[in-house]
Design a protein around this ligand. Structure first.
Ligand code: PMP
Length: 433
């Protein structure tokens, strides 16, 4: 038993025995030993409100999910070569939440694996290789997912941009060239995707894929401008490409107004990629495609995945859907998110260091700058605020290419009382800067 308070012994063993390029959050490390809904508890008996763990979607250790997983793991867990009711029941319930043409499911074990498979299927379907991504995006940690993640390949230690990867400008209405208030901003940002398509054409190429998140996560908690995806999808489809929506961070009702992020943009993707919240922390992810794409992929080569679609994962997925519906979590996210956003906007009016508050439902970003004209990112101020809130029991984090966006995407049970307290603590932390 390791009991010393600064965890030096534990950190030492970790350094020796666990892969080293994994950072641990916060200056004073946390040892979390228990979770319940939106709360985390550490080994010193302290309670924290979790404001960032979106994979624990319906709440840490939600009792309904835990019970159904326990029952299934005590009954059967095996691969998918045997008939099993759970996998078909889950595929039917999951596709019922999606537009009709997204009808065929492939179950995998992580968002990275799902994106990797989605790319493979798109390449089969289009017979093309090139991929259009958004700048600063992150799509996962497999080799292909890394190749399509500027957030990684452009970073220190990254392997750079592959010739078949093309970066389109981030449609960021706060920091990008086309700003809030520009009614045509969506179309103007979309024109950058068309530029890439035309450049490819000059080399007798066409895009296999356009992929983006339907609200940008690592890119800085950014909702897409109106008409952006509609225009982009038209361009990409006219060039014969497939449109993938990465819903790994934002799906399953988090955004409040809708169940899926792409619905905010009035589009239907050809492929959706699901992860994180789908299994409430259990390693489950999915690729859902149209009939035509599924048929093209079924070309004689078998696709088998040892753990993908196993009965425990399927029971988990079913339980998550059931809880979202029974506890009316989408509506709760809408109300709580709007309430919290109002509170954050009031802080923005009071403190010029907060320069933009944006989001939908319980997917919110607050951008911090030293100066509203120069937009110089308020680092290290944002880190000081995050540490101060942690000391008061609120776990927040930062994101965005400039590390100056407060990232808020809590487990869905996060409530108005939590929102009030968070805003109050932020008020104090900002006044002390
Ligand atoms: N897509 C997006 C948008 C993500 O945020 C992530 C993970 N942060 C992934 C894909 C990869 O998912 P995983 O970590 O489950 O492989």
């Amino acid at each position: 038993l390791i009991t010393n308070d600064d965890y030096s012994e534990l950190l030492e063993i970790r350094k020796k025995k666990i892969g080293r390029n994994l950072s641990i959050g916060y200056k004073d490390k946390l040892k979390i030993v228990k979770g319940a809904l939106q709360y985390l508890y550490d080994d010193k008996g302290r309670t924290f409100v979790d404001c960032v763990n979106n994979p624990s979607h319906v709440g840490h250790c939600h009792p309904v999910v835990v019970r159904k997983m326990q029952h299934q793991i005590a009954t059967l867990n095996t691969n998918t070569r045997y008939l099993n009711d759970a996998i078909t029941e889950y595929a039917e319930k999951l596709t019922a939440t999606l537009p009709e043409k997204l009808s065929v499911c492939y179950f995998v074990n992580s968002g990275s694996e799902a994106n990797d498979l989605a790319i493979r299927m798109s390449r089969h379907f289009t017979k093309q290789k090139d991929i259009i991504v958004l700048d600063h995006a992150y799509h996962g940690t497999s080799t292909v997912a890394m190749e399509m993640s500027p957030y990684k390949f452009d970073s220190k230690g990254g392997s750079g941009q592959m010739p078949w990867i093309h970066k389109a400008i981030n449609p960021d209405l706060y920091r990008g060239p086309y700003k809030y208030g520009d009614a045509e901003a969506g179309e103007k940002y979309a024109a950058d995707v068309q530029r890439i398509i035309e450049d490819l054409k000059k080399e007798d190429k066409a895009p296999a894929v356009f992929i983006c998140e339907t609200l940008l996560g690592v890119g800085g908690q950014i909702p897409l401008p109106e008409n952006y995806l509609k225009t982009v999808y038209d361009y990409v489809r006219a060039a014969g490409g497939v449109c993938i929506a990465d819903e790994v961070q934002v799906g399953f009702g988090r955004i409040g107004d809708h169940f899926w992020g792409f619905e905010l943009q009035n589009v239907v993707p050809d492929i959706v990629v699901l992860g994180k919240p789908i299994g409430n922390g259990h390693p489950l992810a999915a690729v859902i495609v149209t009939e035509e794409i599924a048929e093209a992929f079924n070309n004689g080569l078998e696709y088998f995945n040892t753990f993908g679609g196993n009965p425990v994962s399927m029971a988990t997925g079913l339980a998550v859907l059931e809880v979202i519906e029974k506890e009316e979590m989408q509506q709760h996210a809408l109300e709580t998110g709007n309430y919290l956003m109002d509170g954050l906007k009031a802080l923005m009016a009071k403190y010029p260091i907060i320069s933009d508050v944006r989001g939908h439902g319980l997917f919110i970003g607050a951008e911090m700058v030293k100066d509203k004209t120069t937009m110089e990112p308020a680092v290290p101020e944002i880190d000081i605020v995050v540490e101060k809130l942690k000391a008061k029991g609120y776990l927040l984090s930062t994101d965005g290419p400039l590390h100056n966006v407060l990232k808020i995407k809590p487990p869905m049970p996060f409530n108005k009382q939590n929102a009030d307290e968070m805003v109050e603590l932020l008020d104090i932390a900002l006044s002390e800067l």
